[in-house]
Design a protein around this ligand. Structure first.
Ligand code: SIN
Length: 538
């Protein structure tokens, strides 16, 4: 009997954590549109949130996550991830991961928005994502067969089970089969401009899972990071919240601290609140900058940001960084539990691609690398156990499944499947999304956007004739429609979803209600979150 096998789509921290935790007897294949070092996690400046200090506690981390999530988290799952994450991250430190340390050789824990204690583990100052990916790549070297520049176009389903994926690779459509498939392909930052992520974040994993029968949830909750360095219309990169944690203050041209009087945590208020404050100031014609005059040892603490400033021609000594909000993280995604199970046998989703209920309506800073590490580790156990079970099911009960790439490839070429490629530029799609479905929305703008998306001319293109750009555009349009419908349906404001035409959080109607999309069905509204919304307001 052959080894149990898993196929991973994506190459970020969640994917590598999964490989790190898979038992040696598992055959692993990883497909990425980019290179293994070209994913989105590499860009993470913030860090990993986990409890370490004696005065801190998992309870406090849970409470901070629930407050940021604005009454929309799954409280039990938050506790599970915070507790397991604390153990996992502290173990990483013991195993020698190069977290930043202070002069006394203690781990130098940082503070970020809406955290009650210093609990952010950093590496390389503001290069935590890069350090984590390098560390995990070293640990997992030789464990997976990696196929780079492979764009997955369709999941292979047999008898309701996911058994592989079709991918465009070197100009051909190829099939990759496995006992279990794990989607770890990140979010959809590319739907908006500006955004903080990799250009390849086009929501492909979400739409693949949707077409295979999985549910997509919470798509109305998109997180906009308050501070991207934007100068003369060019976006240079993220200015980490950690800069505000180290004393950075948001000011207008007159020097007024704009967060004063807006929230008790001022510049470290939850991200949705800070992003909306900047948006509002900019709408009134003011330019906002981050005053870094109070940050000690800026160059040493923030080497990546110092490099971004240099690219923009800004001297650290000027003490002023021009900033604007931009798309950063999708709280929604493929409905999955903490172990990545999607409800579709053989299909798992982890990291940003998944919607577990951890982030609620607004993610707490540095909870995403934590989620990637924990869900990757848990999905390793579950997907491997599932893969073993597939091996032990007697053949007569199984579909006549081809067992190698070639036989499946023949089927792929026969498959009449197509994607509808919209005849629009990515720039225009982003412009429309950024105008009508970003930091603030209303029904009129959302309806206008829905109409525009529905009436875009499209060219139905057979899968073997697609290229990566066309496939990405098709995925972005499909996902955009679902995002807009979710945002229209949620007639309240909560977390990162802010409707100017319904500006209040309406707990009586909406508390715990999740909007889910399933193919060939109207959107489903379901009360399922366990957070007691009233107990988590500041
Ligand atoms: C940041 O460094 O501000 C981003 C960290 C995060 O998104 O968690």
């Amino acid at each position: 009997m052959s080894q149990p096998s898993v196929l991973i789509i994506g190459a970020g921290a969640a994917a590598l954590s999964l490989i790190d935790h898979l038992p040696a007897g598992c055959s692993v294949r990883l497909l990425t549109k980019e290179t293994v070092r070209g994913g989105n996690s590499v860009l993470a400046q913030g860090g990993i949130a986990a409890v370490r200090l004696a005065e801190d506690s998992v309870d406090s981390h849970v409470q901070d996550t629930l407050i940021a999530g604005d009454g929309h988290n799954d409280a039990d799952l938050v506790r599970e991830i915070a507790a397991e994450g604390s153990a996992l991250v502290n173990r990483l430190a013991e195993e020698g991961f190069p977290f930043d340390r202070d002069a006394a050789d203690r781990i130098a824990l940082g503070l970020e928005g809406a955290h009650s204690f210093r609990r952010i583990f950093h590496a390389g100052g503001d290069a935590t994502g890069r350090a984590l990916i390098e560390y995990l790549l070293t640990r997992t070297q030789g464990r997976a067969s990696v196929v780079e520049q492979a764009t997955v176009l369709k999941l292979i389903m047999e008898k309701g089970r996911c058994v592989g994926a079709w991918a465009l690779h070197e100009g051909e459509l190829r099939a990759f089969r496995a006992d279990a498939v794990i989607i770890a392909s990140g979010g959809c930052g590319s739907l908006y401009a500006p955004h903080t992520g990799n250009e390849g974040l086009t929501g492909d994993g979400l739409m693949l899972a949707y077409e295979a029968g999985a549910e997509l949830c919470d798509l109305e909750f998109m997180q906009f990071h308050p501070t991207l360095l934007v100068k003369n219309g060019t976006t240079y990169g993220l200015i980490s919240e950690a800069v505000r944690g180290e004393g950075g203050v948001l000011r207008d041209e007159q020097g007024r601290a704009i967060m004063e009087g807006r929230h008790p945590l001022r510049d470290l208020a939850p991200r949705d609140i800070v992003a909306r404050a900047i948006h509002e100031e900019m709408r009134q014609g003011r330019e906002i900058h981050l005053d870094i005059g109070g940050c000690d040892r800026f160059r040493e603490r923030f080497p990546t940001i110092t490099g971004i400033l240099a690219q923009a021609g800004i001297e650290v000594e000027s003490g002023r960084i021009p900033v604007e909000p931009g798309m950063h993280f999708m709280m929604g995604g493929i409905k999955a539990d903490a172990s990545g199970s999607t409800g579709i046998p053989g299909l798992y989703a982890i990291g940003e691609a998944a919607c577990t209920g951890l982030h609620g309506a607004n993610r707490l800073a540095s909870n995403s690398l934590l989620e990637a590490l924990v869900t990757g580790a848990k999905a390793a156990q579950h997907s491997f156990a599932y893969a073993i079970r597939q091996k032990s099911i007697p053949a007569e009960f199984e579909a006549a499944a081809p067992t190698n790439d070639e036989s499946a490839e023949a089927a792929a070429v026969e498959a009449p499947d197509r994607l509808n490629v919209p005849q629009v530029t990515l720039t225009e799609l982003r412009r429309q999304m950024s105008r009508y479905a970003s930091i603030v929305r209303d029904a009129e703008g959302l309806r206008r956007l829905e109409h525009w998306l529905l009436h875009l001319p499209t060219v139905p293109t057979p899968l073997p004739e697609l290229n990566r750009e066309a496939a990405e555009l098709a995925r972005l349009r499909q996902l955009a429609l679902l995002v807009v419908r979710s945002a229209l349906l949620r007639t309240e404001s909560r977390g990162a979803h802010y409707r100017t035409d319904c500006p209040d959080r309406l707990d009586a109607e909406w508390s715990g209600v999740v909007i889910a999309h399933r193919q060939s069905s109207d959107p489903i509204l379901r009360k399922e979150r366990t957070t007691d919304a009233c107990s988590v307001s500041l």
